[in-house]
Design a protein around this ligand. Structure first.
Ligand SMILES: CCCCC/C=C\C/C=C\C/C=C\C/C=C\C/C=C/C(=O)SCCNC(=O)CCNC(=O)[C@H](O)C(C)(C)COP(=O)(O)OP(=O)(O)OC[C@H]1O[C@@H](n2cnc3c(N)ncnc32)[C@H](O)[C@@H]1OP(=O)(O)O
Ligand SMILES: Cc1cc2nc3c(=O)[nH]c(=O)nc-3n(C[C@H](O)[C@H](O)[C@H](O)COP(=O)(O)OP(=O)(O)OC[C@H]3O[C@@H](n4cnc5c(N)ncnc54)[C@H](O)[C@@H]3O)c2cc1C
Length: 666
């Protein structure tokens, strides 16, 4: 039986101070009591699977052992999940995603199967293609990934070099990787795990190029797992993080696949080689839109993990004296520490709230597309790009800030902050590089600005541009609603400036494309300001909406958090607000005080707030962040697991050190 340890006294006291019902907030964050119960039940089952307990911490395994262990455990996880789903409902994607952390610690080599392979079959396949591949993929009789990026191109996907040439005689596509730069590079699980992949390739029919399209390709034998003839596949090697994601490379040499393997929900190639254009060629990019939306939720979760670790640690850790002769204080009582940590909690809430409405917007567009309507697609694309970019970037900054807030111990692998950071920072690049996605949104914003000038009706997320043109700046008040308007004014002002800068360069004789490049620093700033306005506006609206359906004590805390988020960003971007809104220097002084008041109001609830994220110790995997707060004991226990502590004298002493010292003495 597992030993039950006493909970750290500081944490006990912190929990007693909490002014709201932690469970109520957990239900709210999960999306309902039922979802929480389902999640806890599943996590509890996993907790009791003996084979999932690591004898040696993963960090001490070799690259190969670590991968093999991850495959072993993912297979067990999948079996446990199948058994669970046979008896009960299908687990929600968010719950299975969270539980995965309890098992794999890092990124699963099967991640892209559920994250992108299955969704691409659903999003890009015809009903017949779905009928053929979905049952097998869902049952994991076939395992796949999403192979788009190549050595030479990740961002500019129209420039991909893998070719799929149609042969009408045999009704097949012939896949080729003509150059080293055309090799697929990065797809998760591709290295040595998957047997199928979605390959994005340039379509050629009778020598004519028809752009990039997705093809479903079997790359390994289902029995032997050997690469099929014509396939060159392998793993790309160690990275900054993603240690067990098994990212791979892939090349084709005259590799034939049947015509039916081109996913043809959008464009089609008929038997005789006739190309039938789809409603919109950008629908081929649909999986990326979905994953970008999901990354907002991932960012919320990673921020919540880091906040949980750092806040609990800050409550347990005592260091230095505030006043002479008094005991050393809990570091959470330093205002600078609260400044580092409470924004982490609020940011996670901001992203969760944003994900809730963004996901609904995504579902609406998918539904519309089913009816051949695509009016809202450009707005969704613009929103998903800037919100993915901003949420992943903010999450990266916050996770690092939480690590720094844990001092030296935050640098220990056993704090788990390095792995969380490795994951979070990767998300800034994958699924559309940060700057590139901000520029996609900027493209939309420039068009929106033009429409606003022409007096047209704008989509809801940019409607503030019309208000700004009509009313100019309203009287400033230090209320969340007016501050959000202030953020919209900053965004509108920056959008106008970027637009004017482009026009100025064009008037000076530059091509539009060169003018765009010359204005691109201003364009990304406009896009960032738009993201912040959207995040603050959405977070405030959602908080107001939910506040009426929760207990008054919880509503109060939620209100403190949203205010903290808004005031934090006001102070961070005070310069912009002074330029573009009616805020005055005196208002900034008032808001500085307000910010300090909010830190004080949140302080007694800090531990309760992170407890409400309900991230189990198995998922957190952190010596610093466990529920019981046994920080020092756990650090020591983990250190004792180092293989270097298994023998009193390491062999290197006899082999190298002893002769070296002897020589040095002479
Ligand atoms: C809560 C649930 C949790 C569940 C958990 C489950 C899963 C976990 C979730 C996520 C984790 C998943 C994976 C984890 C780990 C790693 C996976 C990583 C995978 C990858 O990285 S896959 C590869 C991703 N690659 C990219 O993102 C490439 C980026 N590049 C592009 O997207 C494009 O090339 C470009 C930059 C947009 C440019 O394209 P281009 O064709 O040149 O277009 P433009 O000329 O710039 O624009 C033309 C026109 O088209 C519009 N446009 C562009 N893209 C889209 C789109 N996607 N949809 C709609 N419209 C689009 C653009 O706006 C232009 O419009 P105009 O009107 O202005 O002409
Ligand atoms: C951990 C991880 C997992 C991944 N998993 C997958 C996967 O499963 N499947 C898959 O297909 N891919 C995957 N990728 C690849 C990923 O999608 C690409 O790396 C990403 O889209 C960026 O493309 P790139 O590497 O070509 O960067 P580049 O485009 O070469 O970027 C380099 C620099 O150039 C700048 N730049 C490029 N174009 C422009 C422009 N138009 N304007 C201004 N600046 C520009 C960028 O801002 C950046 O600073 C993964 C990547 C990582 C890191």
């Amino acid at each position: 039986m597992a030993t039950v340890h006493k909970i750290n006294e500081d944490l006990v006291k912190e929990r007693q101070k909490c002014t709201f019902n932690v469970q109520e907030l957990t239900y709210l964050l999960d999306g309902g009591e039922e979802v929480t119960k389902e999640r806890r039940e599943f996590e509890n089952i996993l907790r009791n699977v003996k084979e999932l307990q690591d004898e040696v911490p993963e960090v001490y395994l070799s690259h190969k052992e670590r991968y093999e262990n991850a495959v072993r455990k993912t297979c067990i996880l999948q079996n446990v999940r199948n058994d669970f789903e046979k008896k009960r409902e299908v687990l929600s994607p968010r719950n299975i995603f969270r539980a995965g952390y309890a098992v794999i610690k890092d990124v699963s080599p099967f991640f892209l199967h559920n994250g992108m392979f299955v969704p691409t079959i659903i999003g890009q396949g015809t009903p017949e293609q779905q009928a053929e591949w979905l049952p097998k993929a869902k049952a994991m009789a076939i395992i796949g990934t999403y192979a788009q990026t190549e050595l030479g191109h990740g961002t500019f996907i129209r420039g991909l070099e893998t070719t799929a040439t149609y042969d009408a005689k045999t009704e097949e596509f012939i896949l080729n990787s003509p150059k080293v730069t055309s090799y697929k590079w990065w797809p998760g699980g591709l290295g040595t795990t998957v047997n199928h992949c979605i390959t994005v390739a340039q379509l050629y029919i009778n020598g004519k190029k028809y752009g990039i399209h997705p093809f479903i390709v079997q790359i390994r034998d289902l029995e032997t797992h050997k690469p099929l003839p014509g396939i060159k596949v392998g793993e790309i090697g160690p990275k900054m993080g993603f240690a067990t994601a098994n990212n791979g490379f892939l090349g084709f040499q005259n590799f034939r696949i049947p015509r039916k393997n081109m996913l043809m929900k959008n464009a089609q190639v008929l038997k005789d080689g006739t190309f039938v254009k789809g409603m919109n060629e950008k629908l081929t990019y649909g999986t990326m839109v979905m994953v970008r939306v999901n990354i907002v939720s991932d960012s919320a979760f990673h921020t919540a993990m880091a906040a949980t670790i750092a806040v609990r640690y800050a409550a347990v850790r005592h260091q230095s004296q505030l006043k002479a002769k008094e005991p050393e204080v809990q570091i959470i009582d330093y205002l600078t520490q609260q400044h580092k940590l409470f924004i982490a909690i609020a940011t996670s809430h901001a992203f969760s709230n944003t994900y809730t409405w963004l996901y609904q917007a995504y579902l609406k567009v998918v539904e519309d597309l089913g009816k051949q309507k695509q009016d809202h697609l450009p707005e969704l694309h613009a929103l998903s790009c800037c919100l993915k970019a901003t949420s992943s970037r903010d999450a990266g900054v916050i996770v690092e800030q939480c690590r720094l807030a844990c001092g030296g111990h935050g640098y220990m692998a056993s704090s788990n902050l390095p792995i969380i950071y490795g994951y979070t920072t990767a998300a800034i690049t994958y699924e559309g590089e940060h700057t590139v996605l901000l520029l996609q949104t900027a493209r939309y914003l420039m068009k929106a600005w033009m429409s606003a000038l022409e007096g047209k009706v704008l989509a809801p997320s940019v409607a503030y541009l019309v208000d700004w043109l009509k009313s100019d700046k309203q009287r400033w008040q230090n209320t969340p609603e007016v501050i959000v308007k202030g953020f919209q004014h900053v965004a509108a002002g920056k959008i106008k400036d970027a637009f004017d800068a482009i026009q100025k360069h064009v008037k000076a004789g530059k091509d539009y494309e060169d003018a765009w490049n010359l204005a691109s620093v201003q364009l990304i700033k406009a896009s960032e300001a738009h993201s912040r306005a959207i995040l603050c506006d959405g977070y405030l609206r959602e908080t107001v909406r939910t506040s009426s359906s929760v207990s008054p004590s919880l509503a109060k805390v939620l209100n403190h958090l949203v205010q903290l988020y808004i005031v934090y960003w006001t102070l961070e971007t005070a310069g912009d607000l002074l330029v573009y809104s009616n805020i005055g220097k005196d208002d900034i002084a008032v808001l500085k005080e307000k910010y300090e008041e909010l830190l004080a109001l949140i302080r007694p609830n800090a531990v309760g707030l992170v407890d409400a994220f309900d991230i189990s110790d198995e998922i957190l995997q952190s010596t610093l962040g466990s529920y019981d707060g046994r920080v020092y004991e756990r650090l020591m226990e983990e250190a004792m697991k180092s293989p270097l502590n298994k023998e009193p004298v390491n062999q290197s002493f006899h082999k190298y050190l002893k002769p070296f010292i002897k020589k040095a003495k002479l």
